[in-house]
Design a protein around this ligand. Structure first.
Ligand code: PSV
Ligand code: MN
Length: 431
């Protein structure tokens, strides 16, 4: 029996207050879709299957390199992070798993953490390693790189940390490891470009060898930051080459903020899917760089186009199932609200992409009717599927309007009392 953090009666009362309006909107949309030959019930059932993992680090207030402005009642440890994640899932019914980051989330007792997650109705998605920071007492520094460091001892330490993450993940029931390194150079000539990648592949082989048979290793690329001249794993081509070198269990992870401005991300998605190397996503949105803004807040059409490619890939191979995760930083909003909204925005793109008339699109493409092909996508994108999303949530036991239900619950005020800020927690910025 799942333990609910928000009183289920309160959620039910909230839903009752929305029921009549929601039903009217749902029926109107159903009528409109049926004239297009689309069954709203099938779409709602599909929406109910959607799931995206919540990043444990997303429930705390983020920050920039300049400052961090802590929020009230921030979770102070991994158990409190799980409670916040459970609220997000309880109200959206779209986030059944949590992606942990080690050593930030290293539990004193991994079994006990798994039991807590079970009780809250949560599971664990891919675990993330962190070799982009030094930890207190660490023997080797990552100042000049981790998996690609010129120092063999630093590389060995980084490999060992990734293997520790796998071991912890096994106890937690995770099935994947996401590897992102900040390694690179700030000056031309600082690093031998080929040598650094050779060291990366060599280190990554050591991690890959420790992967259980049913695990995947997700290689995450990022154009720049913290290395501002060149990053070792800077683009999807490098990520793809590395994944090819490592083997079938290595796949590429696409973080939507990790590309040059104006990059055609949906094409990267199509390419990786075509060659069987698309492992998963870190969803967020971006205006200028790796902004980690809320999913769908800047360019919802791009998110839709990504899902349009995923829908195409799924039609070609029904077994195709990349891992969906959010990776965001919330500086001016309540992180729980931002994560709920973001999960819904990703789910919205998933449902809208299912509305694309694929036979018509294929015919327009075949006939080189560019205008009608584009309109076919736009027709799906312009359809407001909000009533489908709300109905899916209500039917799955969530809230018609997650943010309204959350605010009415008073959760943030309650945890603000229970979770006084840690002394010295603070001020300093993180990227
Ligand atoms: C790096 O910018 C990144 O996208 C990686 O996924 C990290 O693990 C995460 O952000 C948190 O810093
Ligand atoms: Mn990421």
């Amino acid at each position: 029996m799942t333990q609910h953090i928000i009183d289920a009666v309160q959620v039910e009362q909230h839903n009752a207050s929305q029921r009549a309006t929601l039903q009217a909107d749902y029926d109107a949309l159903g009528g409109m879709l049926s004239r297009r030959g689309v069954d709203i019930e099938a779409l709602t059932a599909k929406a109910q299957t959607f799931a995206v993992a919540v990043p444990s680090w997303g429930v705390g207030t983020g920050g920039t390199r300049f400052a961090r402005f802590p929020g009230k009642g921030e979770p102070r440890d991994v158990t409190e992070k799980l409670q916040d994640c459970a609220v997000i899932h309880q109200l959206t019914r779209a986030t059944p798993t949590v992606s942990l980051h080690f050593p930030w989330d290293k539990p004193a007792d991994p079994q006990a953490l798994r039991q807590q997650a079970d009780a809250l109705g949560l599971g664990f998605d891919a675990v993330n390693s962190n070799t982009f920071q030094d930890q207190a007492g660490q023997a080797q520094t990552y100042k000049f790189g981790s998996l690609t460091a010129t120092s063999a001892a630093a590389r060995e330490q980084a490999v060992a940390h990734n293997i520790d993450c796998i071991e912890l993940g096994k106890v937690l029931g995770s099935k994947g490891l996401t590897v992102w390194v900040g390694d690179g150079a700030n000056f031309p000539g600082q690093s031998n470009l080929r040598g650094a990648l050779e060291r990366y592949i060599d280190s990554a082989r050591g991690i890959y060898a420790a992967l259980p048979a049913d695990w995947l290793m997700y290689i995450e690329h990022k154009l720049f930051e913290p290395a501002f001249y060149c990053s070792v794993i800077a683009d999807w081509g490098t990520s793809f080459a590395v994944a090819q070198q490592l083997g079938d269990k290595a796949k590429c992870l696409v973080d939507l903020g990790h590309h040059a401005p104006n990059t055609n991300i949906e094409m990267i998605v199509a390419r990786l899917a075509q060659f069987g190397k698309l492992g998963g996503f870190h969803f967020n949105d971006s205006k200028y760089g790796d902004d980690d803004l809320d999913s769908g807040s800047i360019d919802p059409f791009q998110l839709f186009l990504v899902f349009n490619e995923l829908a195409d890939a799924t039609l070609r191979n029904p077994a195709f199932s990349p891992a969906y995760m959010l990776d965001q930083s919330h500086n001016v909003t309540d992180p729980i609200e931002s994560l709920m909204n973001s999960a819904v925005e990703v789910q919205r793109a998933f449902v809208q992409a299912s509305l694309v008339d694929r036979a018509a699109l294929a015919a327009f493409q075949e006939g080189n009717d560019a205008l009608q092909a584009a309109q076919t996508l736009k027709r799906a994108f312009r359809t407001d599927v909000s009533p489908i999303l709300a109905m899916a949530r209500v039917r799955s036991g969530g809230a018609a309007d997650p943010v309204a239900a959350y605010r009415a619950s008073g959760y943030r005020e309650q945890v603000a009392v229970k979770r006084p800020p840690k002394a010295g927690a603070s001020g300093s910025g993180i990227v």
